[in-house]
Design a protein around this ligand. Structure first.
Ligand SMILES: Cc1cc2nc3c(=O)[nH]c(=O)nc-3n(C[C@H](O)[C@H](O)[C@H](O)COP(=O)(O)OP(=O)(O)OC[C@H]3O[C@@H](n4cnc5c(N)ncnc54)[C@H](O)[C@@H]3O)c2cc1C
Length: 412
């Protein structure tokens, strides 16, 4: 494509092919609305990112954005580098945000991934098995937790295919070439957007870094919680007073040095986690699930990593230090009870998990995803969450984007 040329585009241009962009493209293609999906990074996922052990993704330098918080750059966005934990949207989040069809949208999105039963066998390793015996005695000191309703000691659903290989949002959600609806979707990778220009007739010019300009009737911004605000800011469409610091879950890793019986066997450092505990501490006013503990059997593939198990304690509300402390105390209590734990250390308190969101919450209307004052622009990704979600955000982000794509009115 020559630089500085102008290309008339499909009615909808989605910018960013991460969790949100792929979920929206899936629905628009199904509605047979011609759509162009632009992605800054490359298309081909390196083999090292396919493996079930997400801890190895830090070794693949060229699939991350430089500077700022960690986030993926390429088809699939952060879903190509993340921990792959697929957690359903909290129904109370969906209700208060006006995403009234969230349950149906989620079940459609979830169908694109293997169910827990179809997923590759991911048996708990020795550390998780030992932890199971303790957790199942009850938390915190109450009856045994139950696997129902997203509360309890749950088998983990991961975004993996039947062979245990990573499924990015692009793999799972974009229409396959054999799907007749695929003809409605054009995907362009290595197409970073530099800025957007709003014309007097409300159509949008999408200026790529290459110099090419694409004309769009409607633009859905899905560049993630860091890049969406910066694109809108450098385009003069929001001011820096509209951009809040990213909301994030706070987390602390309680790290146990393990004796041999609790270590994973050499050469078996595959998928590190298989179980997740979700619970209500009753320390939060609204009595919601507010604490998560993810048990990891090892901290990597190396010999050294094999010797360490982790309980990743996460508070699901904004800066809930009390909840985090209660979780850490409980984890320490369990580890004291466990034979085979040599020593315990704790990561720096309140480490933010890589769950950036909600940077544009004051200017985006949560049910419609419209950017205030700009009728041809929607923001459909994690930057537009009105509040911190009560789950890991990947599936919630997809549900939000699918909600937008389902209700976007092509006639306007
Ligand atoms: C290391 C890590 C681990 C995580 N683990 C989990 C987990 O286990 N479970 C979970 O639920 N959540 C997890 N998350 C969070 C989850 O991945 C994100 O919440 C989710 O991907 C957000 O989706 P998004 O569409 O908003 O952004 P992204 O998925 O980041 O997608 C944004 C896309 O936009 C593209 N883009 C950006 N700027 C431009 C531009 N100017 N022009 C064109 N394209 C552009 C990017 O390259 C990217 O592809 C993790 C995140 C990270 C970083």
């Amino acid at each position: 494509m020559p630089s500085n040329s102008t290309t008339p585009a499909a009615p909808v241009v989605i910018i960013g092919a991460g969790a949100a962009g792929c979920a929206a493209a899936r629905i628009l293609a199904r509605r047979q609305i011609p759509t162009l999906l632009l992605e800054a990074g490359p298309a081909e996922l390196p083999a090292a990112l396919r493996v079930g052990n997400h801890l190895s993704s830090v070794e693949v330098d060229d699939w991350w954005w430089e500077g700022g918080p960690p986030r993926g750059r390429g088809l699939g966005g952060s879903t190509a580098v993340n921990g792959m934990v697929l957690q359903g949207i909290d129904p109370r989040d969906a209700r208060r945000w006006g995403w009234d069809d969230a349950a149906d949208l989620q079940s459609d999105l979830r169908d694109a991934y293997p169910t827990i039963e179809e997923a590759p066998a991911n048996p708990p390793g020795p550390f998780t098995t030992a932890m199971s015996a303790l957790v199942e005695r009850g938390f915190p000191g109450g009856p045994a937790t139950s696997a129902s309703g997203g509360l309890g000691w749950l088998p983990l659903a991961l975004a993996l295919d039947a062979n245990g290989q990573r499924l990015t949002a692009a793999d799972a959600l974009l229409p396959d070439v054999a799907d007749p609806n695929a003809a409605f979707l054009t995907i362009r990778t290595d197409s970073a957007v530099e800025r957007l220009v709003e014309r007097s007739d409300n159509s949008i010019e999408v200026h790529l870094e290459s110099g090419e300009v694409i004309e769009a009737r409607h633009v859905a911004v899905a560049c993630g919680a860091t890049n969406s605000p910066s694109l809108l800011l450098r385009s003069g469409l929001v001011s820096d007073t509209n951009i809040s610091d990213a909301l994030n879950h706070w987390s602390t890793a309680v790290i146990a040095e393990l004796d041999e019986p609790l270590q994973v066997a050499p050469g078996e450092a595959g998928i590190p986690s298989s179980r997740l505990l979700r619970c209500q501490t009753a320390l939060t006013e609204n009595y919601r699930v507010d604490l998560q503990m993810l048990v990891l059997d090892h901290t990597g593939g190396s010999k050294e990593g094999r010797r360490h198990g982790v309980i990743l304690v996460t508070a699901l509300e904004k800066e809930r230090l009390l909840v985090l402390e209660a979780g850490i105390r409980q984890a320490l209590y369990w580890l004291r009870e466990l034979d085979g734990v040599r020593s315990v250390s704790i990561s720096k308190d309140r480490t933010p998990v890589q769950h950036q969101c909600s940077t544009l919450r004051d200017v985006v209307e949560s049910a419609s995803h419209g950017l205030a004052g700009h009728p041809s622009l929607s923001v459909i990704d994690a930057s537009a969450f009105p509040e911190l979600p009560h789950t890991n955000p990947m599936l919630t982000t997809m549900v939000g984007a699918a909600h937008w794509a389902t209700h976007w009115n092509a006639a306007v």
